[in-house]
Design a binder for this molecule. Structure first.
Ligand SMILES: O=C(O)CCC(=O)C(=O)O
Length: 251
């Protein structure tokens, strides 16, 4: 459960990093499963300006698998509901993998920059990024523009093969708002608002950077026109030991 101070930090800064949400045994199980293909996943190759490539595997359902146990974990869902002040449903989840010396940079963007086009009227959406490796400046941890969630949604366009925020506005924002590198130990969760500007640098290190990101929308914010992701229904909470029921050796 979040403290009043963590909720205040999120409201002020647009993000909060919560350590030790998952223990080392749970992280080892998740890491062992992260390399496997998963039923229903769509794999995107994220390419940056330097030609480096990262893998992003995404899905919209909460399956009876180890990653479903995270997306439905009361530790994440409860915290996300506290931060959004609303009941939520699962929008999608994704594994973002940056291989050593190869993982691509992500351009600055807001997640609501895209989700707006999926028919969501309000920015009542949140991403929860679970570190499965130590996430450091060297291997391309997430960085944020502190307080940028209060700007509202900015225009986005194509930047190379990625979608990124309007470069003119971004240049001003980078002058005016502090940038924070969100170095994150394994098992921590970075909760960030869907209008928080975020990006990450390439992985030039010898170590991988793998993260699992669960995203949620408020149930009051159903997309119009039959668009959107996920099933708009309350999330059935996974038991607290749900991840431990899976075996790292059988991944
Ligand atoms: O994995 C990363 O570094 C960034 C991922 C991201 O920004 C996204 O999936 O929207």
């Amino acid at each position: 459960m979040l403290t009043a101070e963590q909720i205040r930090d999120y409201d002020r800064d647009g993000y909060v990093l919560v350590p030790d949400v998952f223990n080392p045994t749970e992280v080892a199980i998740l890491k062992a499963h992260a390399g496997r293909e998963r039923r229903g996943e769509t794999v995107h190759q994220v390419v940056d300006a330097g030609g480096r490539v990262s893998k992003l595997a995404a899905w919209v359902d909460i399956a009876e698998d180890v990653f479903g146990a995270v997306s439905a974990s009361p530790r994440i869902v409860g915290a996300a509901q506290l931060l959004l002040r609303e009941e939520i449903y699962h929008w999608h989840s994704k594994l973002s993998v940056k291989q050593p010396r190869a993982g691509a940079a992500w351009e600055w963007h807001q997640d609501y920059g895209y989700w707006y086009n999926d028919g969501c009227l309000y920015p009542n959406m949140i991403s929860c990024m679970v570190a499965l490796d130590p996430s450091t400046r060297e291997n391309g941890c997430l960085k944020v523009l502190v307080g940028s969630h209060r700007l509202g949604r900015c225009d986005h366009g194509r930047i190379g093969s990625q979608t990124g925020a309007d470069p003119e506005r971004l240049a001003i924002l980078e002058e005016r708002l502090p940038v924070r590198y969100c170095e994150a130990p394994p098992g921590s969760v970075l909760f960030f608002h869907c209008n928080t500007f975020h990006s990450s640098e390439p992985n030039l290190s010898e170590k991988p950077r793998c993260a699992y990101i669960c995203c949620y929308n408020a149930l009051s914010n159903l997309p119009y026109g039959g668009k959107g992701h996920g099933k708009p229904e309350p999330i059935k909470p996974a038991p607290d030991d749900a991840i431990l029921r899976f075996d790292a050796a059988k991944a």
